[in-house]
Each structure stands twice: as structure tokens, then as C-alpha cells.
Design a binder for this molecule. Structure first.
Ligand code: UTP
Length: 471
């Protein structure tokens, strides 16, 4: 590459007032130059300008707080089963879900492209050791469920793993080192999501993370749609006969992967996108809630929910908006394809954040207050575009304990505690005895649920203080 600026870049950069991106060109070596050109070519500057200009253009009725005030409980809602009839319906749904799995109609999507900044772990979050006895990683615990589910259904369940520039290389080699944790080698397909640049909030200019390197971050879990399309994975799904996708996030080790009840109810209700919810612990809990607004099921983020709306109760004194999102979904493949691009593409959300950058003099600046906009797509925005959306209540203690923070709520400590409580409950139901306070961990390859454990453990079996049941 020549020493002068690539001429085809100069004009568009000038047109969008971004010519500063080439300021350090003369100091870059050839490979750095090539990398910069590639980064710049991937940016849609007109779109960035459009997104920046969008500030506050929504009508009063469309402002998030106004929508929250109009919200009602979701109408297509299936609560935890209570009556004998509801229990029978769930049992029938499980049978249907198992049939869908056995027929090869289900694939799995795991999104693992996030930067995990709150956890502050130096590797992809899926590599975090979470097993309370085994120290097995989030990846291993989730994937062993997929392996166990495949064995039960006697079928290869395709496993699509979304990575990002922040997580791709380490994730792929971690899977390789562990032989894909026992997944069939034809099952695993990695796909890398795109990036979005961070933009200086005052000037609209893209920030540089280093001389000649843009400050980029993954484009949100909603980036999954464009990435699946780009990697031609919708074709892969179609060729394999996959019609339904079970979606989960890497930070919830107790998510019931490919839960047959969830799959069965999704199909039986003719839903295009379904979501599992759990009861919020309190009005103040920082969780997105699932509601209907103007007839459309959607999520209101906790930051958009006025405190007095979050605190509203019904006649029985229960929270009106109790349905906290677990970010566990089932999608129809066709919905994902429809939303992967063009007019139905999911919107970008703009967030005002603190982003480090290199200033004009090449000095690293570490702002102490938000200085930049970042842009992300959220997969849950697909809800409003689904022809029918089903909301299914799950038992929080059994299915939802995410690892978000280094300490306190939703941390490794709470996730391990919840897993021990869950598995100790299964063991007790199986009639086993063990000391109070024992650490209990049951590998999905040993038992996927309480019923399977019951079949494997003779009643009256005695265990010690540290219990790890595995293959
Ligand atoms: P979060 O929104 O909790 O973000 O992601 P995070 O990156 O894990 O953590 P913080 O906010 O930086 O602390 C929820 C799920 O979505 C995935 C994450 O990997 C996680 O499984 N995700 C998030 C992506 O795959 N890509 C993204 O761009 C963002």
C-alpha cells in the first residue's frame, strides 16, 4: 500500500467530517494501515449520522415512560402450572417439545459475544469457572445440557455460538481444547457478530482506541440476525430442517437448554417468538419487564420504567408488572430471517457511556463521565414484530441465576449458591441424605432434571459434604 492516504477513503471521510481518522496515517506500518482501512470500510457513516440525529424525535406518546404508563400485563401468558389441568397441559407440551427435538426441528443459539465488563473477567464470560464443586465453566455446564438433550432425543442438535471480535479467538480455541465439550462435531457453528464505533457525543466524530485503530464494540445481541445472515447460517438451518431456535445467553448456567415444555407450548400456541419470565423479587429489582403496550408484547427496560409504575399492584396486592425477562427465547427460524435486514431490521439503541480514546495529540484520555455514544441492537426488540408472542412463566429458583456482576446480586457467588440449592433439592427428592450445608453439583450428563436423578439414585443413598455427580 502506498504511503499516501488511500484516495478512495478521503472523500467520504471529509464528507462525513471524519478525516481525523487518518491523522496518524504517516506513523502506521503497512499492516496497521490495512487494518485501519478495513475498519473504516465497515462503518456506515450515513447510518451513524442518522442514529445521532434521532435524539428525542419520538412523539410524547412514544417516549419510553409514556409507554410504560400505558402498559398492561401480557395477554398471551402461561403461568406456572397449578391445577391438575395445567399440570396435564404442561406434560402434553413436554411431549410435543420432545417430539420436535427428536424430529430434528430444533437448533440452539448461544450468544457469547458480550464484553462482560461488569464481571471484570479477563476472558470470554463463558470461560468463567462456576460449577460449585467442579469449577466447570459456564460454557461446559450449558453445553453438557445440550449434549444430554441430544442424547435423549437421539439426534444431533445444531449449536450456533455467537462470538465477537472481543471473544472469538479464545472461545474457538477453548472449544477445541475441550473437544466441543462432547457435542457432535457437525453440530457446532461459530458466527461472529459485527461491531459499531463509539462516537464522541459532542462532535459526532468517531473515537480512536489507539493511533489508527477505531474504538469499536460488539453491536449487541441483536447483531445476531445480521451475523447469522452474513455467515449463511439460515441456509444451514434450512438444510438441516431446523424450524425453531432455542436462544439463551452465556451467563445463566441454570437456563434449561431446549426445555421441551417451552418448545411445545411455543409450537402449540402458534407463537413466532416466546420468552420466559420470572417473578421480580421487588418493584425495585433492576430487570426488564415483559408487558403489552397498545396490543404488542414487548420489554420495558428497568431504566425506562418510572418507579411509581414499577410499584403498581393489582387487587390482590401483587406487582402489576411482575414478569421479569430471563432473556431465554424460542424463535421461529422464519421470524429471524424476516428481521435479518432491510426494512424490518431491529433498531439501534444509543447509550451515553464513558469510552477511553486517543486525543489529537495521541494521548490516552480516560473520561470520568459519559463522553461518547455506543450503539447496540437488542434481540428482544424482535418481540414487537412477532405475529404472535407467548410469555411463559418459569420457576426462578430452577432456571434463572445470571452472572452479571463481580460481587453482590447476580454474581458468581449467588449463581453457585442457587445451583447448590437447586441440585440439593433434586437429591432430597430422590430420597438421598447428606449433611446440612453440603456443596452439591449434578452434571447435566448425569441427570438433566429431578426425575432423571430420581431414576439414578437409590432412595436412602448417603453422601458426604461435597457431592459432584457426573458421568
Ligand atoms: P449483557 O447485556 O449482560 O452484556 O449480555 P455482557 O457483555 O455480558 O456484560 P456487560 O454488560 O458488559 O457487563 C447478555 C448476553 O448477551 C451477549 C452476552 O455475551 C451475554 O450472553 N451479548 C451481549 C452478545 O453476544 N453480544 C453483545 O454485543 C452483547
Amino acid at each position: 500500500m502506498s504511503n499516501s492516504h488511500p484516495t478512495e477513503l478521503i472523500q467520504p471521510l471529509q464528507q462525513h467530517n471524519q478525516q481525523h481518522l487518518l491523522d496518524s496515517w504517516d506513523e502506521l506500518n503497512p499492516s496497521e494501515r490495512e487494518a485501519l482501512v478495513t475498519q473504516i470500510a465497515a462503518v456506515d457513516f450515513a447510518e451513524i449520522e442518522r442514529l445521532l440525529a434521532e435524539t428525542g424525535t419520538a412523539s410524547a406518546a412514544e417516549q419510553p415512560e409514556a409507554r410504560a404508563r400505558r402498559a398492561t400485563r401480557p395477554r398471551n401468558l402461561v403461568r406456572l402450572p397449578n391445577s391438575p389441568q395445567e399440570i396435564a397441559e404442561h406434560r402434553e407440551a413436554a411431549r410435543q417439545g420432545e417430539q420436535l427435538l427428536a424430529d430434528g426441528k430444533v437448533g440452539i443459539i448461544l450468544v457469547a459475544g458480550g464484553q462482560g465488563s461488569r464481571l471484570g473477567f479477563d476472558h470470554p464470560k463463558g470461560m468463567f469457572p462456576i460449577g460449585p464443586v467442579s469449577d466447570n465453566t459456564l460454557f461446559q455446564l450449558l453445553i453438557e445440557q445440550a449434549v444430554a438433550r441430544s442424547r435423549r432425543a437421539r439426534v444431533t442438535i445444531p449449536y450456533y455460538v455467537m462470538t465477537s471480535d472481543a471473544t472469538h479467538e479464545e472461545t474457538v480455541s477453548f472449544f477445541e481444547q475441550h473437544n466441543d465439550f462432547g457435542l457432535d462435531e457437525t453440530a457446532v457453528r461459530f458466527f461472529r457478530q459485527g461491531n459499531m464505533p463509539a462516537v464522541d457525543a459532542a462532535t459526532g466524530r468517531l473515537l480512536l482506541a489507539a493511533p489508527g485503530r477505531l474504538a469499536l464494540s460488539p453491536d449487541g445481541h441483536g447483531g445476531m440476525l445480521a451475523a447469522l445472515q452474513q455467515e449463511q447460517l439460515f441456509d444451514d438451518m434450512r438444510e438441516r430442517g431446523v424450524e425453531f431456535l432455542f436462544y439463551h445467553q452465556v451467563d445463566n448456567s441454570t437456563a434449561v437448554v431446549c426445555d421441551p415444555v417451552f418448545l411445545g407450548l411455543h409450537a402449540a400456541h402458534g407463537s413466532e417468538m416466546s420468552i420466559k419470565v420470572v417473578a421480580k423479587r421487588s418493584a425495585e429489582e433492576r430487570m426488564g419487564v415483559v408487558v403489552d403496550v397498545d396490543g404488542k408484547t414487548q420489554i420495558i427496560e428497568y431504566s425506562d420504567m418510572p418507579a411509581e409504575v414499577a410499584a403498581m399492584t393489582d387487587d390482590a396486592g401483587d406487582l402489576l408488572h411482575w414478569a421479569g425477562s430471563t432473556a431465554i427465547h424460542v424463535f421461529n427460524r422464519e421470524l429471524l430471517e424476516r428481521l435479518a435486514g432491510g426494512e424490518h431490521a431491529l433498531p439501534f439503541h444509543k447509550a451515553h457511556k464513558q469510552v477511553e480514546f486517543i486525543d489529537h495529540d495521541g494521548q490516552l484520555q480516560q473520561p470520568d463521565k459519559p463522553n461518547a455514544y455506543k450503539f447496540e441492537r437488542f434481540i428482544f426488540d424482535a418481540l414487537t414484530q412477532a405475529r404472535k408472542a407467548l410469555v411463559l412463566e418459569a420457576d426462578r429458583a430452577a432456571e434463572f441465576s445470571p452472572v452479571k456482576n463481580a460481587a453482590g446480586a447476580d454474581s458468581p457467588e449467588t449463581a453457585r449458591r442457587d445451583m447448590i440449592a437447586l441440585h440439593a433439592g433434586w437429591l432430597r427428592r430422590a430420597g438421598a441424605t447428606f449433611p446440612e450445608g453440603a456443596a452439591v453439583e449434578i452434571s447435566p450428563l448425569f441427570a438433566l432434571d429431578a426425575d432423571e436423578l430420581n431414576d439414578k439414585i437409590p432412595a436412602g443413598t448417603e453422601f458426604g459434604r461435597e457431592i459432584h455427580l457426573h458421568e
